[in-house]
Structure formats: C-alpha cells, structure tokens
Write a protein that binds this ligand. Structure first.
Ligand code: NAD
Ligand code: TYD
Length: 354
C-alpha cells in the first residue's frame, strides 16, 4: 500500500514545527513533506530532533513561486495539505503590508491552484486544511466570544490578509469542490516562538534586564493556548473535521496583557533567583500599536463537543514550562536574536517611549 503523503507548509516556524513533530512521530504510515522557504521566522533547528526520520522530507520553496508549487505536486502527488506558512506578526504587517498580501493571499491561492491542478476533480481522500487565526473576526468590545458564525471584521493588515486567504479557501470549495477544512485559533504560546511576539520577547528582555515595552495601557485582552494543544487540535480537525466546516480553537484562557506580564515577571524572578518585584520594574509603557484590537476570545465549544478535543495544560503550568524552555535554550534565543533581528528591534522600539 502506498503511504499517505501530506504536505505541511510552514513547518520550520513556531506552530508548524510542533505540528510536524506530532505528525512525524505519531503517524509512521504517513510521508510528511515540510514546505518552508525559511524566512526570518523559519528555523530548521526547531525540528532538528526529527530531521532524520525516514517519513520526513524538507522542501525549501517559496509559496509565491507558483511554478515550483505545481512541480512538487506533479512529483509527489500529495493527498493532503495542512497550510500553516504565513507572515504572522501584526507589527510587521503595519510596516510592510505587501509582504503579507504576497505570502498569505497570493501564496495561499498558488497552493490552492497547485492542489486543484494535481487533483483534477478527483477528490477521494483529498483534503486542503487551512490553518487560520481568530484575528479575522476583529476586536470584541462589548463582551461575548468569537463563534464560527461571527462575521469577519479584520482590523490589521495581517488579519485582513488571513481573512482574505480564508475566503479564497472557502471559494475554492464552493466553486471547484476542493475538500477543505479551516480552523481559527487564538494566541499561541510555548517553545520555539520567534521573540518578536509578546511572551518570548518579554522573557528574553527580563533575562537581559531590558525594558518591557507594554503597548498603550496594557489593557488589551488575548486568549492564550499552549502550542502543543493547538497541534493536537490540528490533528483532530485533520482526521475528524467535517469537510467544508470551520472550527474555532481556544482554551477559554483570557488575560489582560498587563496581568499576564506581571505573571511572567513573578515566575522569572523566582527562576532567576531575583528579589520579588525586580522584573516588574522593567515595565515601560510605550505608544500603542496602531489599530490595536482590544479583545480576542474564542468560544471553543464546537471543537470540544464535536471532535472531543480538550486543552491538556492549565495556563500556570504552560507558562512555567515555556519559561523553562527559553531559559534552557539560550543558544536558540541568541541565534535568532542576532543579525537582522537586532536591526528590526532597534527600528521597532527606538523612540517609542511615551
Ligand atoms: P511563524 O511566523 O512562526 O512561522 C511561519 C513559517 O512560514 C516560517 O517557518 C516561515 O519561514 C514560513 N513562511 C513564511 N512565508 C513563506 C513563504 N512565502 N513560503 C514558504 N514558507 C513561508 O508563524 P506561526 O506563529 O507558527 O503561525 C503559523 C500559522 O498559524 C499562520 O498561518 C498563522 O496565521 C496561524 N496562527 C498563528 C497563531 C499564533 O499565535 N502564532 C495563532 C493562530 C493562528
Ligand atoms: P503579539 O504577541 O504580537 O500577538 P497579537 O498581536 O497577534 O495578539 O501581541 C500580544 C499582545 O501584546 C497584543 O495585545 C500586543 C501586545 N504587545 C505589547 O504590549 N508589547 C510588545 O512588545 C508586543 C510584541 C506585543
């Protein structure tokens, strides 16, 4: 019997690396192909532990390159796609929206076209799974939660590009009958996240006694999920999700930024043997992010009830594991924060103090 061939995009990034590891280890009867063009956020060290597995293959390809995408579909005849590759940072999307249009919109359409050209209307055992974000729903101001039926209302160039890609995926299902499934997840945290995002950035800054740039008053609310629980949910949606459906993923774990930051400071004081309250002194309120969404909160009842998924970790345990990982993997942090990252950080945060 030929093995099922799955193309996973963005597998050298934060969430993708955890998804690749889970699939390579759990499904020895699948051939896993990791497509990634290794942008600043892609790092093969994130998956060095499985790079020699016999069911793992790496393809360095840019999603914008439609010819290369068609060629790999011709060569490998993938059965399924799990599409995670994206430009993923809101602040970068404010500085350079076109990069987000190219990868997230054009790249997704290129990938849909390659699957469509390869599958040629024969969709038996085929699936195009698109991994998206809760940010497509916009910002909650008056309570409530994002449901799968909440109308799209993206507010940042990042979320607009992800919303657009979601629409294209649904349009290809509707128009060409490509079997699709979409999931929209809340903010992830955990090992291997690039330190431009709040949690790893602040862990690294505390360790190095650098200021903690809190946007605005720190009142914005995010709903945090441990990355391995997201990878487990992707496994469930991939294997049990209904074609054409959307699943929201989240752990009912809302935190106001400033409260979350104070928890990180306390855990860091404990881990670094510092006097309690020392890390909090690094908090520095800076000019707010333009168009900063106030609150995200996911209603995850559908995936819990229909697919039986549950988050496995409580936040207190997850944040402690996360901090331990970054403190024990200083080489990883030093490598990704050298070079171009320094220039990004200086540009993004210089003259930003209020
Ligand atoms: P990330 O930025 O850590 O990784 C993205 C990966 O995609 C990198 O390995 C990068 O090299 C690759 N990539 C980027 N552009 C590419 C291109 N043109 N061609 C090929 N590869 C390219 O992102 P992440 O945080 O792991 O997010 C993964 C997916 O999950 C994204 O689609 C994102 O929208 C979604 N998501 C993220 C979160 C979160 O909290 N991080 C939450 C919900 C959904
Ligand atoms: P981030 O990790 O960039 O995720 P997202 O914007 O996709 O939710 O930011 C999480 C929250 O933290 C968001 O409300 C913005 C805020 N934030 C800061 O206050 N300071 C920072 O330096 C960063 C990167 C984020």
């Amino acid at each position: 019997m030929t093995k099922k061939k799955i193309l996973i995009t963005g597998g050298a990034g934060f969430i993708g690396s955890h998804v690749i590891r889970l699939f390579v280890k759990k499904y020895s009867d699948y051939e896993i192909y990791n497509l990634d063009n290794l942008t600043y956020a892609g790092n093969l060290k994130n998956i060095s532990d499985i790079e020699n597995a016999s069911n793992y293959h790496f393809l360095k390809i840019d999603l914008v390159d439609a010819i290369a995408l068609n060629a790999i579909f011709d060569e490998h005849k993938f059965d399924s796609v799990i599409h995670l590759a994206a430009e993923s940072h809101v602040d970068r999307s404010i500085t350079n929206p076109l990069d987000f249009v190219m990868t997230n919109v054009v790249g997704t359409v290129n990938l849909l076209n390659a699957a469509k050209n390869c599958w040629k209307g024969n969709f038996e055992n085929k699936l195009f799974y698109h991994v998206s974000t809760d940010e497509v729903y916009g910002s909650l101001h008056d309570g409530g939660f994002f449901l799968e039926t909440t109308p799209y209302d993206p507010q940042s160039p990042y979320s607009a590009s992800k919303a657009s890609s979601d629409h294209f995926v649904r349009a290809y299902h509707n128009t060409y009958k490509i079997p699709i499934v979409i999931s929209n997840c809340s903010n992830n945290y955990g090992p291997n996240q690039f330190p431009e995002k709040l949690i790893p950035l602040f862990i690294n800054n505390i360790r190095n006694n650098k200021p903690l740039p809190v946007y605005g008053k720190g009142e914005n609310v995010r709903d945090w999920l441990y990355v391995i629980d997201h990878a487990r949910a992707i496994d469930d949606v991939f294997h049990k999700g209904k074609i054409g459906e959307t699943y929201n993923i989240g752990g009912f774990n809302e935190w106001k930024n400033i409260d979350l930051i104070k928890v990180i400071c306390k855990v860091m004081d404990k881990k670094l043997g510092r006097e309690m309250g020392e890390s909090e002194k690094l908090i520095s309120y800076v000019i707010d992010r333009a168009g900063h969404d106030l609150r995200y909160a996911i209603d995850a009842n559908k995936i819990m009830n229909e697919l039986g998924w549950q988050p496995s970790l409580q936040f207190e345990e997850g944040i402690e594991k996360t901090i331990d990982w970054y403190l024990n993997n200083q080489d990883w942090m030093d490598e990704v924060t050298s070079g171009n990252y320094q220039k990004y950080y200086e540009k993004m945060y210089s003259n930003n103090a209020e």
